[in-house]
Write a protein that binds this ligand. Structure first.
Ligand code: OXD
Ligand code: MN
Length: 593
């Protein structure tokens, strides 16, 4: 095990705790070389060259996709694996019944066994990264040790990587220790493990983004949520966007939706033509870290600096800003490619070109019924490519949140939009979110499961304590954000979507912003405040007639009583830690219905 002798890979930090940990990990995993990343452009080019030589990346047609590269993952390694994801706390109670729990000592032992010699013949990259804008009190440092070049190149886009991270390490905050080894990618040797007490993560056996880019789900959400609870802030699975009115008034919205429910689309929304002067800009598309600010408001930052978005269904109609974000310096994973280095996926603007190779590398037969691109194929793009990136995305102070939106993918029951009566009711609404499962995680698709605050796979501690933390936050925020619930996915009896979605969601967003400013009406319904037909701006959308709107907003008592029974499944599971306020909210709702 030697440090690299090449021109690159020599940024040695001086912090003894880092050096000791790296030496310890290297003596366990026994890499041939330690490569200390500096995050520079020159280093990136060197690593790209190496990736091409090692067949990890394939350059795309550089005229069509400047700086674009293609990666095909192991076919058994294409999504998050919740069954292999563990929270390792002293007691099982701390992790709670919605997480897989393992005893930290036993898990460390098992993982050290798997890591022993796992990097022999390989390079161990030391990746220092900062989550959040430089200089922000909310930002955190992580260091990832990985044997995957693909991971390094993705981390370079998704985080602020390099020297800047070492500069942000403080005595008080320390740094997160992340160890990642791809091993042989065998599902039986796949473990994504979190040790909140040690601010540490060990992930083995997978190269998939959600399992291997340790800054994202592992640090920013699972470890982050545990740290947030301890220190009085919140790590949430939320996009962040800014709505600017024609008068130049800005409102900031945080919105939680389960994976693959259109968060990236919503974060980059383009208002309909009739909304002249209204503008949406993106602060973040997946994760928000929020903490009460000195003026009594809740401030949020996006800890990431890139997008790791689902590709299928993305086109110039559904999300032109995502398409533009991919135009350069983007990594594509598991889409289909053409012999001349172009990429294609289901739902791209053009029909499938000839001679496609599918995501597994086989010639694709359009009549086969198989998908050419994997349904969870992804693009990794720098946020700076986004034409509507909010300038606040780099603001150390963050943005003051006016409204929080929860949503799920629901064919029935849930109306287009409603507003909580107050914070506690809003927490209840978030805690009971249900959504149909998608391809972002391995498992059966399309089944409704409870996904509280869209955090079911990401909450790093007991879900009941997490609800308690949410309820407690109201004591620390003088000006509370309003809380809303939306559903873009309601269907009619024939199975057609009732709502056009995409840019038209602006109509709902406008009502939400107006509610926050107390400038628009609503009626009190059993489930919350709801807009009347005349409360939404329908200019340019004549197809939503008052009758159709009534269908979209319908509260069917029978469906709701069934919904309440389904909610019970989660509430029973976490009953010992479930805050009583939420049980009362449920009773009140039943009484109102
Ligand atoms: C994601 C996810 O990749 O939620 O963002 O799975
Ligand atoms: Mn996500």
């Amino acid at each position: 095990m030697t440090p690299t002798t090449e021109k690159f890979g020599n940024l040695r930090p001086t912090n003894p705790a880092i050096l000791e940990w790296v030496t310890h990990t290297a003596s366990l995993t026994q890499p041939d070389v330690i490569f200390w990343c500096d995050g520079s452009e020159a280093e990136k080019n060197y690593l790209l060259e190496q990736s091409i030589q090692q067949n990890i990346l394939q350059p795309l047609n550089q005229t069509k996709w400047p700086g674009g590269y293609y990666h095909r993952s192991h076919p058994n390694d294409v999504a998050r694996v919740e069954q292999c994801t563990y929270i390792c706390t002293e007691t099982a109670e701390e992790a709670g019944p919605t997480n897989n729990w393992a005893d930290p000592k036993e898990m460390y032992q098992k993982l050290y066994g798997l890591l022993k010699g796992s990097m022999r013949g390989r390079t161990m990259f030391v990746v220092p990264y900062l989550m959040g804008p430089p200089g922000s009190p909310l930002s955190k440092v992580g260091i990832e040790l990985t044997d995957s070049l693909y991971v390094v190149l993705n981390m370079r886009i998704m985080t602020r990587m390099g020297e800047v991270a070492y500069r942000h390490i403080t005595e008080e905050n320390g740094f997160n220790r992340g160890t990642h080894s791809t091993l042989d990618c065998h599902p039986e040797r796949r473990f994504i493990c979190h040790f909140p007490a040690d601010n540490a993560i060990i992930s083995v056996g997978s190269g998939y983004g959600g399992n291997a880019l340790l800054g994202k789900k592992c640090l920013a959400l699972r470890i982050g949520s545990a740290l947030g609870r301890r220190w009085g802030w919140m790590a949430e699975h939320m996009l962040l966007l800014c709505v600017e009115s024609p008068e130049g008034e800005k409102s900031y919205i945080a919105a939680a939706f389960p994976s693959a429910c259109g968060k990236t689309n919503f974060a980059m929304l383009i208002p309909p033509k009739s909304f002249e002067g209204w503008k949406i800009t993106t602060v973040g598309d997946d994760i928000a870290w929020m903490r009460p600010g000195p003026n009594g408001r809740l401030y949020a930052i996006n800890p990431e600096s890139g997008y790791f978005g689902v590709v299928p269904g993305t086109n110039m109609q559904s999300n032109p800003n995502a398409m533009r974000s991919m135009e350069k310096d983007t990594l594509f994973t598991n889409v289909a490619i053409t012999p001349d280095g172009d990429v294609w996926w289901e739902g791209k603007d053009n029909p499938p070109p000839k001679d496609l190779l599918d995501w597994k590398g086989n010639p694709w037969d359009p009549k086969s019924g198989e998908k050419a691109a994997h349904p969870n194929s992804r693009f990794t793009a720098p946020m700076y490519n986004n034409p509507v990136l909010a300038k606040e995305a780099d603001s150390p102070k963050g943005v003051p949140i006016d409204a929080i939106i929860f949503g799920g993918r629901r064919a029935t029951t849930m109306p287009l939009v409603f507003e909580a009566f107050n914070w506690t009711h809003g927490v209840y609404i978030g805690a009971t979110v249900g959504s149909e499962t998608t391809a972002a995680a391995v498992g059966v698709m399309g089944q409704v499961r409870r996904d509280p605050m869209a955090m079911l796979p990401f909450c790093g501690y007991n879900m009941g304590s997490y609800f308690r933390h949410w309820l407690n936050m109201r004591h620390h925020i003088a000006i509370l954000p309003r809380i809303f619930h939306v559903n873009w996915f309601r269907k009619d009896t024939e199975g057609n979507f009732l709502w056009p979605g995409f840019g038209e969601n602006m109509r709902v967003l406008k009502w939400i912003v107006q509610r926050c400013k107390n400038t628009i009406g609503a009626i009190e319904a059993p489930i919350g405040w709801m807009p009347r037909y005349q409360d939404l701006d329908w200019k340019g959308l004549p197809e939503i007639t008052p009758e159709k709107f009534a269908q979209l907003m319908k509260i069917d008592t029978k469906e709701w009583l069934h919904e309440l029974m389904l909610q019970d499944e989660l509430f029973m599971k976490i009953y010992t830690t479930l805050p009583k306020e939420l049980v009362y909210q449920r009773e009140l709702l039943i009484a109102r219905l």
